[in-house]
Design a protein around this ligand. Structure first.
Ligand SMILES: [Ca+2]
Length: 138
């Protein structure tokens, strides 16, 4: 499955995951690519869904690989939905939740996106911003 959008960002929501769990997900797995980059850098199996995310590349690819374990058993598989929104303007930063904030608020050590995404991957501010993050489950 490939989602392709040019002038918008893609918001991906994982609402269920129940795939046969094997060591390092070597048997059955779900793999999601944002452009050519593997989302979170790993495959997913078991029942822990990947976190929802906003893709900044114009393509999201979802690979589901299954041996007979997931297909011919009580496993539910996975449920993914998505929607698109317009990209933020050039002088704005696109938060991972899709919100647009002024670029001047990107990496200023203040959580302006409400999901802290404007303070992640901030280069020299990385250590300072990491200490101020609030991590929520769900
Ligand atoms: Ca900020």
């Amino acid at each position: 499955m490939v989602l392709f959008v040019v002038s918008q960002v893609i918001h991906v929501t994982f609402s269920d995951l129940d795939i046969y769990e094997s060591s390092v997900c070597s048997q059955d797995y779900l793999q999601v690519l944002d452009g050519v980059e593997m989302y979170t850098g790993r495959k997913f199996c078991g029942t822990t869904s990947p976190k929802n995310f906003t893709a900044f590349n114009n393509t999201v690819t979802v690979h589901f690989v299954s041996t007979t374990y997931t297909i011919y058993s009580e496993y539910r598989g996975f449920n993914i939905s998505w929607h698109t929104t317009d990209r933020c303007s050039l002088d704005e930063y696109t938060c991972w939740n899709g919100t647009c904030i002024p670029e001047t608020k990107h990496c200023d050590l203040v959580n302006d996106c409400t999901d802290n995404s404007d303070e992640i991957e901030c280069g020299k501010h990385f250590n300072e911003s990491l200490r101020s993050l609030t991590v929520k489950r769900g």
